[in-house]
Ligand binder design. Structure first.
Ligand code: FAD
Length: 308
């Protein structure tokens, strides 16, 4: 019941200021966010790579409303890719971008501004021997985001898309995306969406996830299974085998700080396992979505306000 409330406040500037100012917040945030700056994030990437895991890095930020901040997001990613290249980590680490941080929501020309900014990031990623995946945000952005992915793929075929099983449209999107060379991350979806476009019942979202998995595994693309759900992971492994795929013809992805033991177990079992590592100072929206997903996370956060 609290989930929708948390998702609603995840976009409130007033709550952003309140939560960010609370002195006890930081240690809890750092359970889900790798650090505030690039050097700390690079330390985490090295440690994860040494442990046999792969990484996708997210420089935190979203809902940018001016062009200068959108340019700053692009520059932060260019610095990140430079650092990955300098350390030869392009084979182990890619980047995930949120187009709303690249200017997609700007009222005039937002789509084109985001495309131009992210095009530079995709070129830098290719030069560093790695790829970009475009995260999916709320349902109003899906057409624009998939169009950006299609455009980037013309020059950078490894550019990845994300689809959310809670949206009614997603099975159709999976069919269109399950083609050779296409990298597709399937997730359940993390935003508050209306009943006109998305399943509201968790069981319906799970059933849709399995239908989408089936399409992606049977298709010609590269499925990226973004879930912590043990049932989805086991079904994905079964469907992969059924489709004649071996480990490395698909991969699992989980978020930094969530089910770390399971991440290590899957990697030790021979699966390709990629960790989504967010870093940066603008962690509020990301953090609130993680709290909304799981009451236990919220309880952990609230307990931190109680003096020991
Ligand atoms: P759930 O049914 O939510 O959870 C299954 C089990 O996983 C839970 O019982 C619990 O054990 C564990 N778990 C799940 N969430 C948490 C948590 N927060 N804390 C602790 N344990 C937890 N969403 C988007 O809308 N757009 C994106 O671009 C996007 N990218 C993502 C990238 C990756 C790599 C991953 C893993 C998720 C991404 N998400 C994205 C979030 C996703 O949509 C879900 O909100 C999130 O993954 C929770 O769904 P679940 O499949 O893990 O299953």
């Amino acid at each position: 019941m609290l989930g929708p409330v948390l998702l609603a406040v995840s976009r409130s500037d007033r709550m952003r200021r309140l939560v960010a100012a609370a002195p006890v917040t930081r240690p809890v945030v750092h359970r889900f966010v790798a650090g505030d700056d690039l050097p700390t994030a690079m330390d985490r990437v090295r440690a994860l790579a040494d442990a046999g895991l792969e990484v996708t890095l997210d420089h935190l930020g979203e809902d940018v409303t001016d062009r200068a901040t959108a340019g700053a997001t692009r520059d932060a990613y260019l610095r990140l890719l430079e650092a990955l290249d300098a350390e030869g980590l392009g084979k182990r680490a890619e980047v995930s971008v949120k187009l709303s941080a690249f200017g997609q929501a700007l009222p005039v020309g937002g789509h084109d501004i985001a495309l131009e900014n992210v095009r530079q990031v995709a070129a830098a990623a290719s030069a560093a021997g790695t790829t970009v995946t475009c995260d999916m945000e709320d349902h109003t952005t899906v057409d624009s985001t998939l169009a950006v992915v299609a455009e980037l793929r013309r020059e950078h075929p490894g550019t990845g898309a994300v689809v959310q099983s809670y949206l009614f449209r997603t099975e159709q999107d999976c069919r269109a995306l399950a083609v050779p060379g296409s990298r597709v991350r399937l997730v359940k979806g993390a935003y508050k969406e209306p009943a006109s476009v998305a399943y509201q019942d968790k069981r319906e979202v799970d059933r849709a996830y399995v239908r989408c998995l089936r399409i992606l595994m049977a298709g010609g693309g590269y499925p990226m299974v973004g879930s912590h759900d043990p049932r989805m992971i086991s079904i994905a492994r079964h469907l992969a085998r059924e489709a004649g795929r071996v480990a490395g013809d698909y991969e699992f992805q989980m978020l930094y700080g969530i089910r770390a033991a399971e991440q290590a177990r899957l990697a030790a079992d021979g699966e390709r396992m990629r960790i989504y590592v967010p870093y940066g100072a603008d962690w509020y929206g990301y953090f609130m979505r993680r709290l909304a997903e799981r009451p236990a996370n919220l309880a952990f956060f609230l307990r931190s306000f109680v003096p020991a």
